[in-house]
Ligand binder design. Structure first.
Ligand code: DX5
Ligand code: ZN
Length: 229
């Protein structure tokens, strides 16, 4: 069983960096297909799906059926599923079947990180490991090698529109110097025009933003602003 993805993907073999990942958590859910097309047409590199179970975080959002509908509507778009759930491994098959490209679980979940990485790769997806702001970076260091992407949360997960927690930048530096060129470092939470540069300077190369994109009138300008700020 291999620990690293054998396939080339947007995450493991990007042609440009940083990648801008709109989180659809702040999209108009009644108009979701058009919202997703609008950010992709506006220059987004991928879509970030925030999956919440009401236990790991105090909110409920979306599941595999929604991912499958987006895959049907957007056959070539890279779909990044961020699982804020207690048992992410229980959902690997459902998101793989739904056409997700990246499946990220949390170090704070109940599942073993190496078993999770192997199961995600066996299901044909890129594998991500996320860490919450209060969690010590030491907890993920033994597992970094097994994943294609490390996600440093810069807010406590559950809701969009929260303020960026700058203390997490120390973690970015520590993780960044341990990554292979094919591994990505993602930041999620409170990213906008005022915070995107510190994230990039610290070493993040996949930037998630919900409110800073879907909360504006011009998605293309917001995406370009985050890319070139
Ligand atoms: C937080 C989610 C984020 C969130 C980001 O629980 O994981 O992806 O949607 O929202 P903003 O960019 O508004 O902080
Ligand atoms: Zn997220």
């Amino acid at each position: 069983m291999s620990c690293v993805s054998a396939e080339m993907s947007l995450i493991t073999s990007p042609t440009t960096l940083p990648l801008i990942a709109p989180s659809i958590l702040s999209a108009d859910f009644a108009n979701l297909g058009n919202e997703c097309s609008a950010v992709i047409d506006g220059g987004a590199d991928l879509l970030h799906l925030d999956v919440m179970d009401g236990h790991f975080v105090p909110n409920l959002t979306m599941g595999g059926a929604l991912c499958a509908s987006l895959r049907k509507a957007l056959p070539t778009t890279y779909l990044d599923a961020h699982l804020m759930v207690e048992n992410p491994m229980a959902f690997i098959e459902s998101f793989a079947d739904a056409g997700a490209n990246l499946f990220t679980g949390h170090i704070e979940s109940n599942d073993d990180p190496i078993e999770m990485a192997n199961a995600i790769h066996d299901a044909g997806m890129d594998a991500g490991l996320a860490i919450n702001p209060p969690t010590d970076v030491e907890t993920i260091l033994p597992y970094i090698e097994a994943f294609d992407l490390i996600l440093i949360m810069s807010v406590n997960p559950g809701f969009s529109g929260q303020a960026f927690i700058p203390e997490v930048l120390e973690k970015v530096k520590i993780v960044s110097e341990r990554l292979r060129p094919s591994q990505r470092l993602q930041m999620d939470g409170g990213i906008g025009p005022a915070t995107v540069n510190v994230a990039k300077d610290a070493g993040c190369d996949v930037l998630v933003a919900a409110s800073a994109i879907f909360g504006t009138d011009d998605y293309a300008a917001a995406i370009e602003g985050l890319r070139t700020a």
